[in-house]
Design a protein around this ligand. Structure first.
Ligand code: NAX
Length: 328
């Protein structure tokens, strides 16, 4: 029998946490034959609700769930962690400036990065979901000098999945026929969903659509502003779809991309495609045996170049701001 994998989830009592934990415990994060132990990290005010969720997890009698521990201490939560899903973050409240938001999140992600550095397992893989996800990932990564930088990733898989769904709706294709879509840059309104290398049932997606106005004026803004549209419709931000994307991100990282396809992940740049080294930016990646690699050699046209550069510029500004705050 396999040793259980330790999975730490922060913000476990939040709405994404509620949608996420049951899928982790039922085997969707790592595979239907991989037992898991859950560690739930919350702030003191969230502990009671996390205990309630843990009671429900118990009541599911999931065969793969080998234990649940709840704590408000990052050093305990990340002890021996193999996978860490950093979901809990400080949301932007009314009147909050970007600097305040970054400082508040620095207060969360810096100590969590340090705790990962000091206590996590050697094979730790980190996914940051809490916004601003890319820059929070950068803060955590900078606080963990003993962990290889590439283990710190930020979630753009929800954007990736949203883009696939929009493209399927536009063309009448099945989502399963769409491959090689890319989200570039920041998980923010500047993100760039790129269909120039995407394929629909083996044919180039941009040529199939053949409508640059739709691309610029409908597709890109719809994907980039989907989060706001969900809030408007649901009265609450994306939760189940965000949890689903977090599951997809880790599952793909661990279990590999399909032959001929790739996915999108926010990862520390190695300078590929002119993205400044060290910024945590979204790229097209393939994965195999728990390791990801940036897809190389894609031709970037002017339409894409302008948009990638704009999103990367925003990431550099966020990086400069947290550097100034002494967070990295
Ligand atoms: P909720 O406010 O429902 O839950 C957040 C939870 O985190 C709360 O229970 C809170 O007590 C906890 N928390 C706060 N500080 C913590 C800390 N220092 N340690 C441990 N727990 C802490 O938010 P939810 O809707 O679950 O969203 C969580 C985060 O995901 C937000 O930052 C949100 O912006 C972000 N999102 C990111 C997405 C992405 O694609 N990258 C999409 C969905 C989502 O908007």
């Amino acid at each position: 029998t396999r040793t259980p994998v330790n999975v730490t989830v922060t913000g476990a009592a939040g709405q994404i946490g509620y949608a996420l934990l049951f899928r982790i415990a039922s085997g969707h994060l790592l595979g239907s034959d991989v037992p898991v132990k859950l560690r739930l990290l919350e702030i003191p005010q969230g502990l009671k609700a996390a205990e309630g969720t843990a009671m429900e997890l118990d009541d599911c009698a999931f065969p793969l769930l080998r234990g649940i521990e709840i704590t408000d201490d990052p050093n305990v939560a990340f002890d021996g962690a193999n996978v860490a899903l950093l979901v809990g973050a400080r949301p932007r409240t009314k009147g909050m400036e970007r600097g305040d938001l970054l400082a508040a999140n620095g207060g969360i992600f810096k100590p969590q990065g340090k705790a990962i550095n000091d206590h996590a397992a050697d094979d730790i893989k980190v996914l940051v979901v809490g916004n601003p996800a890319n820059t929070n990932a950068l803060i955590a990564q900078a606080a963990a000098p003993d962990v290889p930088a590439e283990r710190f990733t930020a979630m753009t898989r929800l954007d990736h999945n949203r883009a696939i769904s929009q493209l399927a709706a536009k063309t009448g294709a099945a989502v399963s026929d769409i491959k090689r879509l890319t989200i570039w840059g920041n998980h923010s309104a500047t993100q760039y969903p790129d269909i120039f290398h995407a394929e629909i049932a083996g044919k180039n997606a941009a040529e199939t659509v053949n409508d640059e106005a739709w691309l610029a004026d409908t597709f890109i803004p719809t994907v980039a502003k989907r989060g706001a549209a969900i809030i408007e419709a649901r009265g609450a931000s994306s939760a189940a779809s965000a949890a689903n994307a977090a599951i997809d991100h880790i599952y793909t990282w661990v279990n590999g991309t399909a032959e001929g396809d790739w996915t999108s992940m926010g990862i520390p740049s190695d300078g590929s495609y002119g993205v400044e080294e060290g910024l945590i930016s979204s790229f097209p990646v393939t994965t195999e045996n728990g390791v990801y690699e940036i897809v190389q050699g894609l031709e970037i046209n002017d339409f894409s170049r302008t948009r990638i550069d704009a999103s990367v510029r925003e990431l550099a500004e966020e990086r400069d701001a947290v550097r100034e705050l002494g967070l990295i």
